[in-house]
Design a protein around this ligand. Structure first.
Ligand code: ZN
Length: 313
């Protein structure tokens, strides 16, 4: 996969940069999760070491193939377990002091760079400013405020954003999803392609949504609350996911009932239309349930309260 498969202006900008002589020593890719930071950092790394005379990365030359199999000797990836300590940074610096084996530079990608301890960030400072040779760093971060200002000032900052739904849909189609699935996922993920792909692969999420919908269908009046709560009450560890799903359904119900806007979950629109309670009652129930959970009320009680609210109890 190359720059052209990644939709959006950031990809275009980084491509120009990598293929020009303007490459700097350190890039800081920042923005919300699921916006393509790591994917693009990897593409940049391959482009910088690619041996092709044509479009880079070519994903076919020996260098690209080594990258793709995870064995490029001049590529260093750092990711946190809980944090990134000073030892991990010193190890990177030591590797940079050895001449690159194959490419004419090392490329370092530091994932979740904001997880570097202050000591680790300090250890990195000097190398970031004047790394050996043509070495290039890519720091990836969702929380730029956790980085020392001195680190940030040594990097060229590239900001990532969620795509417009339409762009996300195109990006998903380019990855082989059908048009219908791409449209649904682009909306569900609100333009986060990473989140959309995660949802696409997550059978558990779709099963949970089916269960949640089934529980709603079983809910007609106050007497049903216990029965309707039962299948979800045992899913305490998925309480937040269930509330997210209910919030999404409430939002779609409000669109259906009040008109205006587009239904996000077009695949279950018919089922939603059959529900007899209002989206707004459901939404206020969801918000109340979130408050209850955060003050340690039992999940089953929060869920039952939500259902009572929905049936007007
Ligand atoms: Zn190549």
């Amino acid at each position: 996969m190359g720059f052209s498969e990644i939709v959006g202006s950031v990809s275009h900008h980084l491509r120009e940069e990598m293929l020009s002589s303007r490459v700097v020593h350190a890039y800081l890719l920042t923005g919300p999760a699921g916006t393509g930071k790591r994917t693009l950092a990897d593409i940049c790394a391959r482009a910088l070491c690619c041996q092709s005379q044509g479009e880079r990365p070519c994903d076919a030359c020996p260098s690209c193939r080594q990258f793709l199999s995870g064995n490029h000797p001049d590529f260093i990836r750092v990711k946190p377990e809980k944090s990134i300590g000073v030892d991990a940074v010193r190890e990177v610096i030591a590797r940079l002091s050895v001449k690159p084996y194959e490419a004419d530079r090392h490329v370092v990608v530091i994932e979740q760079a904001d997880k570097m301890t202050a000591q680790a960030q300090n250890a990195l400072l000097k190398t970031l400013e004047t790394p050996p040779g043509q070495d290039v760093f890519f720091l990836i971060s969702t929380q730029i405020t956790a980085l020392l200002p001195t680190i940030i000032s040594r990097c060229r900052v590239v900001r990532f954003h969620y795509l417009e739904t339409r762009e996300a849909e195109a990006a998903l189609k380019a990855r082989g999803l059908t048009e219908e699935r791409a449209r649904l996922l682009a909306r569900l993920s609100q333009g986060s392609v990473g989140r959309a792909l995660e949802l696409d692969a997550s059978e558990g999420w779709w099963q949970l949504r089916d269960r949640t919908l089934a529980a709603l269908t079983a809910l007609h009046e106050k007497q049903d609350v216990g029965v309707a709560a039962f299948p979800l009450a045992e899913k305490r560890e998925q309480a937040n996911d269930i509330l997210d799903i209910l919030e999404l359904c409430a939002r779609d119900l409000m669109v259906i009932q009040d008109g205006g806007g587009d239904v996000i979950q077009t695949d279950i629109e018919e089922k939603l239309r059959q529900q007899r309670f209002t989206g707004s009652a459901m939404l206020s129930g969801v918000m109340e349930a979130r408050r209850m959970l955060s003050s340690n009320v039992a999940w089953q009680s929060a869920l039952e309260m939500l259902y009572y609210k929905m049936v007007g109890g």
